[in-house]
Design a protein around this ligand. Structure first.
Ligand SMILES: NC(=O)C1=CN([C@@H]2O[C@H](COP(=O)(O)OP(=O)(O)OC[C@H]3O[C@@H](n4cnc5c(N)ncnc54)[C@H](OP(=O)(O)O)[C@@H]3O)[C@@H](O)[C@H]2O)C=CC1
Ligand SMILES: O=CC(=O)O
Length: 303
């Protein structure tokens, strides 16, 4: 069997490389922090001294790096992929990055005669260990895989935000959060993420499967500076970056305005209901007025 190179022995890369070994592939691994290759070595992997050394040895090399700077660094830096990639060799980047990063890497690899495929994945530590990841590959349409992944993770981050808020609201209303989990699981919004993360969130246990810092990075890439991203940024700035992304719940618990979005929608609905009653047409000026009044109330009426 062909020897496969693997760059990045983080939570995901380690599990994915281990699967390749389990299925009989010869694997050469590299990680910036070399000690993280030890476990793979014990299971039969070889260790390369740099991304370039791995590419020199292997026909296909896979990368699973944290973010765009890391993904670019293993390609463009000294002893990077570009020093050895050539015709007959391929590089597959499975990191979650933006389309611009993917395209930049693709162009540079192709310029050297190599092949490039982006293949970001959906699924976390457990699916990676079980060989059950969903690979989002767009072939020649480089950038579409990256974009799709960011859209999916923007939805996932927003769901986690709503879920955290619901757990806090249930708790503050004197309901048992475990009962909320049961109710959610019975209805139309039941989903594997709530089912998997809910019980550990109730126990305040955040052993990282998908580190919060990566979810915040995905929100940033997907939304630039959207409102939801602000919550993840706040969580990261308070030292939760290395915990699981469900630790977002802690921000909700600490937030004296825990039910702010609830009031936000309540006020918005109230004003939208009032406007037609007063016969006010939504001209540009009334929209601006509405915006200011609405935001003033939004800031002061949180209960
Ligand atoms: N965990 C998950 O559930 C999922 C993660 N992803 C995505 O997969 C990617 C990897 O995630 P995950 O394994 O969880 O992340 P980890 O934080 O566990 O691992 C990140 C990896 O990137 C390496 N790295 C970081 N910066 C650099 C750099 N400048 N140069 C070289 N290597 C660098 C780290 O090396 P070192 O050990 O030296 O720090 C490590 O190997 C991310 O893009 C993430 O968004 C996608 C789906 C699911
Ligand atoms: O990117 C994270 C995931 O769980 O998918």
């Amino acid at each position: 069997m062909e020897e496969i190179g693997f760059l990045g022995m983080g939570i995901m890369g380690k599990a994915m490389a281990m699967n390749l070994l389990r299925h009989g592939f010869k694997v050469t691994v590299w990680n910036r922090t070399l000690s993280k290759c030890d476990e793979l070595k014990e299971h039969g992997a070889s260790v390369g001294e740099s991304p370039a050394a791995v590419v020199k040895k292997c026909k296909y090399t896979i990368g699973m790096l944290s973010d765009p700077p890391a993904a670019l660094s293993v390609v463009f830096d000294k002893n990077g992929i570009l020093e050895e990639i050539c015709s007959g060799k391929g590089y597959i980047d499975m990191s979650t990055v933006d389309a611009e990063t993917s395209t930049k890497i693709s162009e540079a690899v192709k310029e050297k005669g190599g092949d490039f495929l982006e293949g970001p994945v959906s699924g976390s530590k457990k699916p990676a260990e079980d060989g059950q990841l969903v690979i989002l590959a767009a072939g020649e349409k480089v950038g579409n895989g990256a974009k799709m992944k960011l859209v999916v993770n923007m939805i996932m981050g927003s769901m986690m935000n709503a879920f955290s808020e619901g757990l806090v609201l249930a708790d503050k209303s004197g309901l048992n959060p475990k009962t909320l989990l049961d109710v959610l699981d019975l209805g139309a919004i039941a989903n594997p993420m709530f089912k998997m993360k809910g019980p550990s969130m109730i126990q305040n246990s955040y052993n990282p499967a998908f580190p919060l810092k990566h979810q915040q990075k995905d929100m940033r890439l997907a939304l630039a500076l959207g409102d939801e991203n602000a919550v993840f940024k706040k969580a990261r700035s308070t030292g939760l970056g290395d915990l699981d992304f469900s630790a977002l719940l802690n921000i909700r618990l600490d937030d004296p305005e825990g039910s702010m979005p609830f009031s936000y929608y309540k006020n918005r609905a109230f004003f939208l209901a009032l406007i037609p009653r007063f016969g006010v047409e939504m001209t540009k000026n009334t929209r601006i007025l509405y915006y200011f009044v609405f935001n003033a109330i939004r800031c002061t009426s949180v209960d």
